[in-house]
Design a protein around this ligand. Structure first.
Ligand SMILES: Cc1ncc(COP(=O)(O)O)c(C=O)c1O
Length: 401
């Protein structure tokens, strides 16, 4: 972190007051991102793609400029990015926009966030089968199980890249290969990997990837997007029709706009997207390789701190978790630990089911109200992890007696 020309601690003032170990929920927004949004609000607040006057043209240019920066960052064309308000909306667009038929089958692991589970589960109402595969005891999917689950009815495989409940990294390249060889669509939920590790959509060869703007990428809340490969986009129906989605309306019919405009009905989160563009610039200035190195170091330090305390149970294999360490103190409710960490040392961690009840059941922490989840990003320091470790040790002694 020291050799970067960016002072991320100065750019995120709230870090003066708390030890923020909850990047997996959302990340605080750095000042340059806030400033880019303020510039929009103060100087050219107007709609995109509509007005001919100069500030409206500037809005459009800045908005499309952000699309362009984001597309370069993940290795695709700007037209392959569809803006949404979060990861969940992107996943729902895929689940509901594809033309599944009765008897089609979808493969989904049992450790997914609800946002990559419920939209698929909901398709059962239409007669679509879900083939749910179980992860191993560390929360990792075996690609051989995915391959074995494929049959003639399989139309899509959907998996997370990094589990939000466990931190386990999934074999997405192997799964993409299986999907490709069997002519099946592949969707990846990149909510916990985007901005944390290098993610090149073309190298991975997924058809669809759902992204948050507001987590690892450092964009503002209310932003997200779907990468949709240009070869697969024609299979996807727009779900939000209206202003901005058509080129012509004659009598009782209409013609769709090109991609991605046909998917982006109505006024968009213009300030948010411009902020997200600034966030991608910010991350590029840091360098994703530096982020990776730093996060790996802190993940390992977190694991060691927690593991050195007698009565803790950690979920996930230390060799294969990234950015997230999820644990319990034997017999103690997860929320109690989180509240005490906050009250003693202003340490913010997530506790509970993490919107992933099947994953929590799989790990066996449901009865403890779920797990305590620590998650890091580039702004965290070794000293913070040390303070967290010392505080947790004190808390564990209290419950151990
Ligand atoms: C793996 C995973 N998928 C999906 C989501 C939902 O993300 P969003 O809040 O951007 O809709 C989350 C949120 O934590 C997540 O961790």
């Amino acid at each position: 972190m020291e050799d970067s020309n960016i002072d991320i601690r100065a750019d995120i003032p709230l870090l003066e007051n708390v030890i923020y170990l909850d990047a997996a929920s959302t990340t605080p927004t750095p000042k340059p991102v806030v400033n880019a949004m303020c510039d929009y609000f103060n100087n050219y607040n107007s709609n995109t793609g509509r007005g001919a006057y100069r500030i409206a043209v500037k809005s459009t240019n800045e908005f499309e400029g952000a699309r362009s920066k984001i597309s370069k960052f993940i290795g695709c064309k700007p037209s392959e990015i569809i803006f949404t308000k979060n990861t969940t909306e992107a996943i729902n667009l895929v689940a509901n926009g594809l033309n599944f038929k009765k008897g089609d089958s979808i493969i989904v692991p049992n450790i997914e966030h609800h946002s990559n589970f419920i939209p698929w589960l909901n398709l059962k109402k239409k007669g679509i089968d879900l083939n749910i595969i179980n992860a191993d005891k560390y929360g990792v999917i075996d690609s051989a199980d995915v391959e074995a689950a494929v049959d003639n009815n399989t139309k899509l495989i959907t998996t997370t890249h990094i589990s939000n409940a466990i931190g386990s990294v999934q074999p997405i390249n192997e799964i993409a290969k299986i999907a490709d060889e069997n002519n099946i669509l592949y969707h990846i939920d990149a909510a916990q990997s985007a901005g944390h590790i290098m993610f090149d959509v073309k190298k991975i060869k997924a058809d669809f990837v759902s992204f948050p703007g507001h987590k690892g990428l450092f964009g503002p809340v209310g932003t997200g997007f779907l990468y949709c490969d240009e070869k697969s986009v024609e299979k996807l129906k727009p779900m939000n029709l209206g202003g901005g989605t058509v080129t012509n309306v004659i009598g009782g019919s209409f013609e769709f706009e090109d991609v991605p405009a046909r998917f982006e009905g109505g006024t968009q989160n213009i300030a948010g997207v411009i902020g997200l563009g600034a966030a991608v610039d910010y991350l590029k200035n840091i360098g994703i390789d530096k982020v990776e190195k730093h996060s790996k170091k802190l993940t390992s330090q977190l694991f060691q701190e927690i593991n050195s305390i007698d009565n803790t149970i950690i979920y996930g294999n230390p060799e294969n978790i990234y950015g997230i360490v999820s644990f319990n103190i034997d017999g103690v409710n997860a929320h109690d630990i989180a509240k005490i960490l906050d009250e003693l040392k202003n340490i913010c961690v997530r506790s509970g089911h993490h919107c992933a009840i099947p994953a929590i059941r799989h790990m066996g922490s449901y009865e403890l109200g779920g797990s305590v989840r620590t998650s890091v990003h580039y702004y965290n320091t070794s000293e913070e992890i040390q303070i967290f470790g010392e505080t947790l040790r004190e808390i564990s002694k209290f419950f151990g007696d």
